[in-house]
Design a protein around this ligand. Sequence first.
Ligand code: 5GP
Ligand code: ZN
Length: 113
Amino acid sequence: MSDCIFCKIVNKEIPSNVIYEDDVILAFHDLEPQAPVHLLIVTKKHIPSLDLIEFEDMEALGWLMSKVKDIAKNMGLDNGYRLVCNCGEDGLQTVNHLHFHLLGKRKMLWPPG
Ligand code: 5GP
Ligand code: ZN
């Protein structure tokens, strides 16, 4: 999608600090980290939100989920981490390209607020 900031990051039109990349997904540092480690993991395909996943996206999302543990391990998150997906207005989603926040290296809070 031409006006999507994460598509631009995927296409390297906007710079980002990439941690992991393959044909299907990209993981990069969040611009405004909320924890000592704060990555965003996205599908390269533009899927607007968790609410708009289609059957054909299952393989990419299964692949993404299977890679989380490897990315976490590479970031040294041996003591655990949190994976967050904000969806829609109440979920406080601000970028409409499906992404998962990988947060770690501090004790998280629950409920998250
Ligand atoms: P959301 O609020 O949609 O769940 O998360 C969007 C995230 O994208 C925020 O944590 C925000 O800091 C991050 N973000 C927004 N624009 C950019 C950008 O241009 N580069 C990077 N690396 N992160 C961004
Ligand atoms: Zn996009």
